[in-house]
Design a protein around this ligand. Structure first.
Ligand code: GDP
Length: 420
């Protein structure tokens, strides 16, 4: 951990445009790959009589991590610049990228959009930019990647920049909040050092652009919200719910409430990194013990908050959604699974209230009969089982969700209003 301000960074873009390679390059060039990993791979390579291309070792290691990442929600990759400590909030290339972007342990403050120069704006480029905008990403750094493949041609770069700018305008992203850099993740051009291959470019390198991002907003002064990830029984202690504090603080002696299970008690002990601590704050992963709470009283998906400001349980809620990929149309009555923080609950879309024009953000149609891929809409949702969720304007950390059906993420959104 570091004293520098933290930035949660999403790396987004179309498949194969170079996201994983770029993350590998960033970790490698900032010296964030553990020495023993590099040494181990070096030895293996030497035994096999291969030359020392260290970057390739990094990529191997990332691939391994990614494989392990299938069973955990998020694979954390971390590096720092002069001014910030960065956490990549999702493992690029992960199948559940979008779901993780929303329900993952940490939401992104800013994003790097990777667009391959030889392919240009592609379907997932659009989708991810649309989502980034819906979910409140502040700034985008656009890496026009694979410049080596297009012979570092300035014209090609300019064309891609212009296409991406058009896309940003379409989704109402302030193009002044986007910077553009010609890169090759593979060769390392303009990542940490200005490249000689792009003499026509005199702007920032990717690391400089990352370092000059604005500082993320301080955590909201919202009350404690701690979504429960798991519940363990530990001998000598008892029931130990674990999870990550999204907002607020937890102190021993606090009176807490778990919702929607609707039980509560006094916090006896809090443990972090196998050590007992008197209090914990946003970002901390904790295990704790609450007087009188048994293993069957609470479950994954509960949210823990102060007894006098308990987490909201929604009877219904209204939300702004973006439909990403649905094979047909979505009509009122549709009941997919909503993933919000650590909860997964079947929810019925009771009504489709408004359809929005993605280009202008204005209401395009009141009470449409259906919505489909590419549409943005305001809907009213009824959870089929109690669900704790909060208006995004009050507690953004607990106000967004992904909608899953048929094994994929079909929509994403944020909560506008909750009816308790
Ligand atoms: P992702 O799906 O966006 O994570 O893409 P990957 O990082 O897995 O890259 C897809 C393929 O493109 C891999 O074979 C990479 O080696 C290659 N690649 C990525 N970046 C570059 C680049 O800047 N130049 C070249 N020539 N190839 C690249």
């Amino acid at each position: 951990m570091s004293d520098k301000p933290h930035q949660n960074l999403a790396v987004i873009g179309h498949v194969d445009h170079g996201k994983s390679t770029m993350v590998g390059r960033l970790l490698y060039e900032t010296g964030s790959v553990p020495e023993h990993v590099i040494e181990q791979h070096k030895e293996e390579a030497e035994e096999k009589g291969k030359g020392g291309f260290e970057f390739a070792y990094v990529m191997d290691n990332l691939a391994e991590e990614r494989e392990r990442g299938v069973t955990i929600d998020i694979a954390h990759q971390e590096f720092d610049t002069d001014d910030y400590y960065f956490t990549i909030v999702d493992c690029p290339g992960h199948r559940d990228f979008v779901k993780n972007m929303i329900t993952g342990a940490s939401q992104a403050d800013n994003a790097v959009l990777v667009v391959a120069a030889d392919d240009g704006v592609a379907p997932q480029t659009r989708e991810h930019v649309f989502l980034a905008r819906t979910l409140g990403i502040d700034e985008l750094i656009v890496a026009v990647n694979k410049m080596d493949v297009v012979d570092y041609k300035e014209d090609t770069y300019k064309q891609v920049v212009s296409d991406v700018q058009d896309l940003l305008k379409q989704v109402q992203f302030n193009t002044e909040d986007a910077s553009f850099i010609p890169t090759s993740a593979f060769e390392g051009d303009n990542v940490s050092e200005a490249s000689e291959n792009t003499p026509w470019y005199d702007g920032e390198t990717l690391l400089e652009a990352l370092n000059s991002l604005p500082e993320p907003q301080p955590p909201t002064d919202a009350p404690l919200r701690l979504p429960i990830q798991d519940v363990y029984t530990i001998s000598g202690i008892g029931t130990v719910p674990v999870g990550r504090i999204e907002t607020g603080t937890m102190n021993t002696g606090d009176n807490v409430s778990f919702q929607p299970s609707d039980v509560g008690g006094e916090v006896k002990t809090i443990e972090m990194h196998h050590e007992e601590v008197p209090s914990a704050e946003p970002g901390d992963n904790v295990g704790f013990n609450v007087r009188g709470i048994g293993k069957d009283d609470i479950r994954r998906g509960d949210v823990c908050g102060p007894a006098d400001e308990p987490p909201t349980v929604a009877e219904t809620f209204t939300a702004q959604v973006v439909v990403m990929q649905h094979p047909s149309v979505i009509t009122a009555g549709y009941t997919p699974v909503f993933h919000a923080h650590t909860a997964q609950v079947a929810c019925t879309i009771e009504s489709i209230d408004k359809k929005m024009d993605p280009a202008s953000g204005e209401v395009a149609e009141e009470n449409p009969d259906f919505i489909q891929s590419g549409d943005a809409a305001v809907v009213t949702v009824r959870p089929q089982k109690p669900l704790s969720i909060e208006p995004s304007s009050e507690i953004p950390e607990l106000g967004s969700f992904a909608v899953r059906d048929m094994g994929q993420t079909i929509a994403a959104g944020k909560v506008l209003d909750v009816n308790e």
